[in-house]
Design a protein around this ligand. Structure first.
Ligand SMILES: [Zn+2]
Length: 215
C-alpha cells in the first residue's frame, strides 16, 4: 500500500474521498468550489454508492481539468479476503468478493467518466496482503494516506487547518468530500495562506506515480 511519495519540490498530494452517498446531499459544494477556484489539483476517490446517486456532481468533477477520478470501491468495504473488520466496517469475505468490490466500481466509473481508474483506496484504506496483491493484478495501485487531514471527518475547523498547514512534502493527504456539515472546506480555506507561504504545491497521484514510496 502506498502512503507517501518522494517529493521533487515542496509537493503535497491532496486526495478527497466520497464514501457514502445514499443521501443526495452527500456532497460538499463549498470544498469542491474552493479547490476549483484556487486551481488545486486533487485526486477524488469515488465509491459506487456515491456515484450512482450523484451523476450530475460526478460529471462536474470529471470536467475539472485539475481533478482525476479514482476508485474507492463499489460498497466502501475494507479490502480483505476473510471479512475482517476495520474501524467497525466489515471487509470483503473472500477473494472473489474483494475482486468484485474493486472491479465492479472500476467498470462503473469507466462507464460514467470515460476513463478507467488507476488508483484504488478501499473503504477505511485497510488492505490485507492478498487483497493488496489482487488490486495490483487488476492493474490498480493500492492507496493509503499519510495525513488524515480531517481526522476521518472528525476534526473541527482548527484541527483540519492544523493537519493541513503542517503536512510535510511527500505526504498523501486525505479529506472527505461527502460531509458538507463537517469542516474540510473551512479548514482547507484557512490553511491555504500558510501552505502558500511554505511554498507548498499540490499534485495529483498520476503525476507522482513513478515516485511512490513502497513500504
Ligand atoms: Zn471512504
Amino acid at each position: 500500500m502506498i502512503s507517501r511519495f518522494t517529493p521533487r519540490a515542496r509537493e503535497l498530494a491532496l486526495t478527497i474521498d466520497l464514501c457514502d452517498g445514499k443521501d443526495e446531499r452527500s456532497y460538499d459544494d463549498a470544498l469542491f468550489d474552493l479547490i476549483a477556484a484556487e486551481k488545486i489539483p486533487a485526486t477524488v476517490f469515488v465509491t459506487g454508492l456515491w456515484a450512482r446517486h450523484h451523476t450530475t456532481e460526478l460529471r462536474w468533477l470529471t470536467q475539472q481539468p485539475l481533478l482525476e477520478i479514482a476508485n474507492h470501491g463499489s460498497r466502501h468495504k475494507p479490502c480483505t479476503v476473510n471479512g475482517r473488520s476495520a474501524f467497525g466496517i466489515a471487509g470483503t469475505r473472500s477473494l472473489a468478493e474483494a475482486i468484485a468490490e474493486i472491479d465492479d466500481n472500476a467498470n462503473l466509473l469507466e462507464g460514467m467518466t470515460g476513463s478507467r481508474p488507476r488508483f484504488y483506496r478501499s473503504g477505511t484504506a485497510h488492505f490485507d496482503d492478498v487483497c493488496a496483491e489482487a488490486v495490483q493484478l487488476l492493474g490498480e495501485v493500492p492507496m493509503g494516506f499519510s495525513v488524515a487531514g480531517d481526522g476521518g471527518a472528525g476534526f473541527d475547523q482548527a484541527g483540519v487547518e492544523r493537519a493541513l498547514a503542517t503536512a510535510n512534502p511527500g505526504a498523501i493527504v486525505i479529506l472527505h468530500g461527502h460531509r458538507p456539515n463537517r469542516f474540510a472546506f473551512e479548514g482547507l480555506r484557512e490553511a491555504l495562506p500558510t501552505l502558500r507561504k511554505r511554498d507548498i504545491s499540490f499534485v495529483r497521484l498520476s503525476e507522482i506515480s513513478d515516485r511512490f514510496e513502497v513500504r
